[in-house]
Design a protein around this ligand. Structure first.
Ligand code: PSU
Ligand code: MN
Length: 303
């Protein structure tokens, strides 16, 4: 493995034994939620991964060192230090060579997880094709990486700050299977529904593990999106969320928000507009994904 990757000893030992490990991203900590809920959630998510039989590996860059598995102090500083970079694929070499601190997106976390030999990755929601991408060309590098890197991504679907239909089309073009756990309908992060049918459905972690094994045995390299609908008790009504999203998109337009700032801007706007409600849903769905991801990783490593 590349000497640039620093494995936490517990993660290294588990990988050596072929045991289940779940990768976790850090942009959601540094740029997706406010302090201190971000650090608290990150800790709880790690605990849920453990309860479900796997070792958690939160991935971030500290002083230019790529860390796979963080200790409590590192997690705290990531969630509470201003100026942490949001690191997607293009930013990764720069943050490493300039010895900066960085929180990794889905794309960058997947890439590092792959280098470390981790096959399952859990997040809240992935980036995708933005609304209006036909003129802005704003398509997340998360999709690019999913097209080529063989790490499964467990997420609560796609937020409708994105164009859900175009994101599903783009995933199809890249050959990335989309499997919804236990539902016919593709979920939209805060809501169990989206108005789009899920291309595929599977109902157990074992079935998902066998599906991943079949994919990669066939040398169909790349990711699979495992969409896990938010529990209904924590769901946010789709129509109500749509109004907040439209307001957020208008504000982004008025303030000329562009590029990598777009997603964090929209997330923060929606969190502020809904009081704490969307944050509570966000925390609940990440935990729900952590449990499923750990069960898939456990099933996969016992195949
Ligand atoms: N979508 C969410 N929550 C998030 C993100 C996306 O609902 O926290 C973060 C993830 O880290 C994702 C990144 O990889 O934003 C995508 O950013 P961009 O659209 O700039 O590629
Ligand atoms: Mn973008």
């Amino acid at each position: 493995m590349t000497p640039r990757i620093h494995l936490h000893p517990e993660v290294a030992q588990q990988l050596q034994q072929g045991g289940p490990v779940v990768a976790l991203e850090s942009t959601i900590i540094a740029h997706g939620m406010p302090y201190p809920q971000n650090v608290q959630t990150a800790r709880e998510v790690e605990a849920i991964v453990r309860e479900n039989g796997a070792v958690p590996a939160t991935i971030a860059i500290l002083d230019g060192k790529i860390q796979v598995g963080l200790d409590q102090r590192q997690l705290e500083s990531l969630g509470n230090t201003p100026g942490v970079w949001k690191v997607s694929l293009r930013d990764l070499p720069f943050v490493v060579s300039e010895k900066l601190n960085g929180a990794t997106t889905v794309a960058a976390t997947m890439h590092i997880a792959h280098l470390a030999g981790i096959r399952v990755f859990v997040t809240g929601g992935i980036g995708g094709v933005h609304r209006g991408a036909e003129t802005s060309m704003d398509i997340s590098a998360d999709l690019t990486e999913m097209g080529r890197t063989s790490v499964a991504v467990v997420a609560a679907g796609v937020k409708s700050i994105l164009d859900i239909g175009l994101t599903l089309e783009y995933l199809e073009t890249l050959g990335v299977p989309v499997v919804t756990f236990g539902s016919e309908e593709f979920p939209s992060f805060y809501s169990r529904g989206s108005g789009f049918q899920s291309p595929l459905r599977l109902d157990s972690p074992d079935a998902i593990a066998r599906f991943l094994r079949a994919k990669w045995d066939l040398e169909l390299n790349g990711s699979a999106l495992i969409a896990n609908p938010i529990p209904s008790e924590q769901e946010f009504p789709f129509a109500e969320m749509e109004q907040h999203i439209r307001a957020a998109l208008d504000a982004a337009e008025r303030q000329s928000i562009r590029g990598k700032s777009t997603t964090p801007f929209l997330l923060k706007y929606i969190a502020d507009a809904t009081g704490g409600d969307s944050l509570a849903s966000n925390i609940a769905l990440v935990k729900n994904n952590a449990a499923l991801g750990a069960r898939i990783a456990t099933a996969f490593s016992s195949l």
